[in-house]
Every structure is written in C-alpha cells, then in structure tokens.
Ligand binder design. Structure first.
Ligand code: IPE
Ligand code: IPE
Ligand code: MG
Length: 235
C-alpha cells in the first residue's frame, strides 16, 4: 500500500456509472450491449476498491427517472440486475463485500426483489467493503420520504435516516461518460464531496481510471467551510 492509499483509508466513493448506451452505439451495438459490458466494469471496480482505501462504494445502477426509458431497455436492465445479483454473490462473500441496495424496492419486478434480499442476506457478514447499489433510486424522493417521517419522533427519524438515507458522507463522486451533473444522486450525502468527471464511458472504466480519480482526489484540499491556515488570518 502506498502512502496516499493509507491517507485515503476509509473513503466513501460514489460512482455515477454513465455512458453505457453511447459506448455500445459507437460500436454499432444495441444500447443493452453497453449495459452488459458495464457489469464487467462493476466487477473490476469492486475488486480494486479496497486497495485504494475505499471502505464504502455506492454505485448508481438505475435511477427512478430511468423508468422513463423504452420498455425493452428497462426490462433488459432488470434482467441484468437480477443476473448480476445472483452470479456475483459468491465472489462478494469471498472478497468480504457486504452488499446493500438503496432506493425503492416496491416497483421492482419480484424476481429482482428476491435476488436483492438473498444477496443482502448472504453477504451480510462482509467487512472489507460496504457495497451499496442504488436501484430505483432518487435522492429527492429519499429526502421527501425522510422529511415525511419527521413528525413521528426524533429517535425514529434518526433511525429512519440511518437505515434508508444518510450513511457515511460521500468523499468522492465519480461520473463517467462525460456529463457533468448529479442526476438526483446522493444530494444530501455529497454536500462536501469532491466531484470528478471523466469522459471515459463506464464499460471502459478500469483500475487505472480509478487510480487516476483517487490521485486527483488526493490532490484536492478539503476545507468544509473552515480556514486551514489560521496563521494567514488578519487580526
Ligand atoms: C448508464 O448508461 C446506465 C444507466 C443509466 C442504467 P446510459 O444508459 O445512461 O448510457 P448513455 O448515457 O445513454 O450513454
Ligand atoms: C444517471 O444516468 C443514472 C445512472 C447512471 C444509473 P442517466 O443517463 O440516467 O442521467 P441523465 O439522464 O444523463 O441525467
Ligand atoms: Mg446516461
């Protein structure tokens, strides 16, 4: 492990895995071929993450606005998610990955709901990497639901937030695919996150690309609204 890896120990990195469709179209393939290739990139990044000091990894797999896509694409994505959850569980256990899904579950096909429940149960003891998959996820919806919960009791509200919305603050948001926006992802948790945008399409994102993102993160100076060099403050 290098010094910068150690400095970054315990990072929460969140990735907006974008550019699958354009990646496929540029190769004369249907958009769904891009999603399939994207699943391989997910595997690569999960394997690489712990060595970079990443303790929590949140991956944006399907946004609540993605229901607006053509039905065949949505169906293909749901099938792919189910397959991914079913086939990756064993290697998650092997690697010490604890998988949790954030987002709404009630609108997902039952098969996907079951695959999520099974994967969460089977990987629950993992301690090397907390992997959070955001599926049917909308940050605005989560905040509205949390707020709607507020009048009950303070303890209950805190518990709700801990379970459903606010996990560790995000240190670094990576968006692949060239767009520079958050698309309703972790708006609360990313209040002081560093933002990193890369033109690399998600299916091409690999260990080296992750290393570059982490290196750039290490060069940033995070201040959280404070002044770091107090000797420079005029009296
Ligand atoms: C991201 O890739 C995957 C999902 C949103 C499910 P896109 O499908 O958005 O790919 P582009 O942005 O159209 O290239
Ligand atoms: C964000 O990508 C959602 C995921 C990567 C899962 P989109 O492709 O849906 O975002 P927009 O539409 O370009 O903002
Ligand atoms: Mg996109």
């Amino acid at each position: 492990m290098t010094q910068s890896d150690l400095k970054n120990d315990g990072l929460h990195v969140a990735i907006i895995m974008d550019g699958n469709g354009r990646w496929a179209q540029a190769r004369g393939k249907p958009r769904t071929a891009g999603h399939l290739a994207g699943a391989t990139a997910v595997r690569r990044v999960i394997e690489s993450a712990p060595a970079f000091g990443i303790r929590t990894l949140t991956l944006y797999a399907f946004s609540s606005d993605n229901w607006k896509r053509p039905r065949p694409e949505v169906s293909a994505l749901m099938r792919l998610l189910e397959r991914y959850l079913r086939t990756e569980t064993a290697s998650c256990v092997e690697q010490g990955v604890c998988l949790r899904v954030i987002g709404r579950r009630d609108r997902l096909p039952e098969r996907v709901q079951r695959a999520i429940a099974d994967a969460e149960q089977t990987t629950a003891a993992g301690t090397t990497l907390q992997l959070r998959l955001a599926i049917d996820y909308s940050s605005r919806d989560e905040l509205v639901r949390a707020a709607a919960h507020a009048p009950q009791s303070r303890d209950e509200f805190a518990q709700w937030l801990a379970q459903h919305t606010v996990q560790a603050d995000v240190d670094l948001v990576i968006r692949t695919g060239g767009e520079q926006r958050l698309s309703d992802f972790l708006l609360w948790e990313s209040a002081y996150a560093e933002l990193y945008f890369t033109p690399i399409a998600w299916p091409d994102f690999d260990r080296r690309a992750l290393a570059e993102a982490i290196a750039e993160f290490s060069r940033r100076q995070r201040r959280f609204g404070a002044v770091l060099d107090t000797t420079a403050v005029a009296s």
